[in-house]
Design a protein around this ligand. Sequence first.
Ligand code: ACO
Length: 372
Amino acid sequence: MSQTKGLEGVVATTSSVSSIIDDVLTYRGYNIDDLANYASFEEVIYLLWNGKLPNETELSAFKKDLTAVSSVPDEVLNQLKTIPIGDVHPMAALRTAVSNLALFDDEADQQDEEANRRKALKLQAQMATIVTAFARIRKGKEPVAPKEDLSFAGNFLYMLNGEEPDETSEKAFNKALVLHADHELNASTFTARVCVATLSDIYSGVTSAIGALKGPLHGGANEQVMAMLSEIGSLEHAESYIKDALNRKVKIMGFGHRVYKNGDPRAKHLREMSRQLTEITGESKWYDMSVKIDEIVTNEKGLLPNVDFYSASVYHSLGIDHDIFTPIFAVSRVSGWIAHILEQYENNRLIRPRAEYVGADKQDWIPIDERP
Ligand code: ACO
């Protein structure tokens, strides 16, 4: 038996949801650059789940359906209120709340396509409600209900801050959601697919995926990038900080990728958004530092920024708490997880690879009183 560490290069399934071919990312065949420039996040969710872009009637019905199921059961909200303030990462709160949602959904274990699509809508809408509610509850504020006439992006910022966002913020946030929606067989999507391939339910699949996304080698990197930028503090400290970190073989968060070798096509969109937003907030130091770090890491290590690097200064400029960055990633990526979960159910087989055994040879049993 041969094995590849971290399953590098292993093709584990077929999928028609998204592709990365020659460093070009597409969702259902649409280039990410076009989607980032033109699509609303709602259009992208529809595209991922249905394989085609919605027409106007379909889009407006879909938006209504999403808003209609955005309230979470009181029991789930009340549980969020019991979490000790300051001690719990919002990704842990989200993971628990999503698992909790299943307990209050009569259809949680129903596996037919219609029931799965109803659960998909609820998960997509309610994860945004949960993340924004938790962000407020831990500051002693009441959750804010969504407005019917706002976009998904607009509603998220409205539920987070209690006031409607300006157009620039809404557009930027929409673009960030579009860019994070799906990414072929990334770690959290693979986790979701492995989970539901046992014919477990969609809530279990999404709960598992949130757990995988939480780690700093995956979605957790965006929060770590902001922690690094804050620690560096100013442009003049960037070079010495990064060179020292590289000398000590410390990984620079937001750089490198398992699949892209010539750069992540999402990064340029986030870089431009970071430039624009930091100029508006009058804090271009975050952009300037990011560009400097980008130059150094590229020159010294040949590593390019991934989706997480510039998204940190984008979310910071939108006034979002740093530990909400990864939950936002989840609020977007659940659209992709669901598309993959539905695809897995359609053509399922248990996912069960093998391990090459490298442990001890045949051992003789030793009674407990004779063991050293
Ligand atoms: N900073 C410094 N060195 C790095 C970095 C980095 N960000 N990424 C990789 N390297 C180095 C490794 O130390 C290793 O060097 P070595 O061969 O001298 O030991 C070499 O490049 C290969 O790195 P691996 O970790 O084996 O690459 P892998 O494909 O397994 O990992 C990953 C990809 C996890 C993204 C990695 O680049 C990394 O840890 N980056 C930082 C975390 C990050 O930004 N994660 C977000 C990824 S995108 C996403 O999930 C949304």
